[in-house]
Design a binder for this molecule. Structure first.
Ligand SMILES: [Mg+2]
Length: 327
């Protein structure tokens, strides 16, 4: 992702998540924990889990930068032999490119660790056997060749919006108000399927929240009445894939770690696994978290400032190594 994208304030983002919550997967009240245990960091509770599933933005990194203590925590978990999955709604580039960015930040992940919402876009397209031509919200360098059917990037030609059989909202970089207006008008005139590869409303990008394609999908749905079909958290496909890759793990010993109540925590709860919410450097940084829990009717099993809170400043760690964790 780049910083070349529209922005939201925290208040706007949380209002949007609350407003559109009825369109998200539902969780039975009985599956929401009664209370949240506040812990220092992930390592305090890690003995309870064999498989730990990480959101990326807001947990491992904020924009291009690793969150302090995160690299050390992941290395410690790998040293303990814990199973690790990274589940990202970042559909902006290939899995290889996403992995390369994580490695540059200092995380030692490979293909077996990463599950991107992007990989579920093609199967979703294949469910629409009557559509052979799609219009896409995606960057110019997006790997369209991985998709079936004819896919054209939506720009400023209204004719293209009207001629395609359906829409793929994959990544909102450089998406303009004018493009959104054409999308909504074209869909209002002729409702067609809307497939969403990144259902996030926003993502923490360092010092601001970027507007993600899920937000534009909701606006389009408001305009034309067509409910978007989404892959990625909090929807089931990614969680099923995590559990499929680790068939021997007891679901009671799986932990989802994320920074967003309506994607990571909701998706984890809906999948019947435990959840840890982190808030330093993520979506909820500096916010009244208990207020968000009470307004959403959702809460995680655990809450910590960061997965490696306190670890980056450990005096037993050489300064030059600690400095690497913040880059
Ligand atoms: Mg996140």
């Amino acid at each position: 992702m780049s910083i070349n994208r529209p922005r939201l304030s925290f208040a706007q983002a949380i209002e949007a998540y609350l407003h559109y919550a009825p369109r998200l997967p539902s969780v039975a009240v009985v599956d929401v924990p009664v209370k949240t245990d506040y812990v220092d960091n992930l390592l305090v509770i890690v003995d309870q889990f064999d498989l730990i599933v990480f959101d990326a933005f807001g947990v491992l990194n904020s924009g291009p930068t690793a969150i302090p203590g995160a690299v050390k925590t992941i290395a410690a978990l790998q040293g303990m032999g814990k199973k690790i999955a990274v589940v990202t709604n970042d559909a902006s580039s290939s899995a290889e490119a996403i992995l390369a960015r994580h490695r540059k930040r200092g995380f030692d992940f490979d293909n077996g660790n990463l599950i991107s919402s992007q990989q579920f876009v093609a199967p979703l397209m294949n469910e629409h056997v009557d559509i052979a031509h799609w219009g896409a919200m995606a960057p110019a360098d997006w790997p369209f060749h991985v998709l079936p059917d004819r896919v054209e990037r939506l720009g400023n030609d209204r004719g293209l919006y009207d001629s395609v059989g359906g829409f793929l909202l994959i990544d909102s970089e450089n998406w303009s108000d004018q493009q959104q207006k054409m999308l909504e008008q074209s869909l209002t005139d002729n409702p067609r399927p809307i497939l969403v590869g990144n259902p996030d409303i926003c993502a923490p990008m360092g010092d601001f929240l970027s507007v993600e394609s899920g937000y534009f999908a909701h606006l389009a749905a408001d305009a034309c009445g067509v409910m978007p079909q989404c892959v990625g958290k909090p929807y089931h496909h990614v969680f099923e894939e995590v559990l499929r890759r680790h068939p021997g793990v007891d679901r009671a010993r799986v932990l989802m770690v994320g920074d967003t109540v309506h994607t990571d925590v909701l998706g984890g709860l809906a999948s019947g696994i435990k959840t840890l919410l982190v808030h330093q450097g993520g979506f909820l940084d500096g916010q009244d978290i208990e207020d968000v829990f009470s307004r959403s009717g959702l809460r995680p099993h655990f809450c910590a400032r960061a997965i490696g809170h306190g670890l980056a400043d450990d005096p037993n760690i050489p300064a030059e190594q600690a400095a690497c964790w913040g880059t």
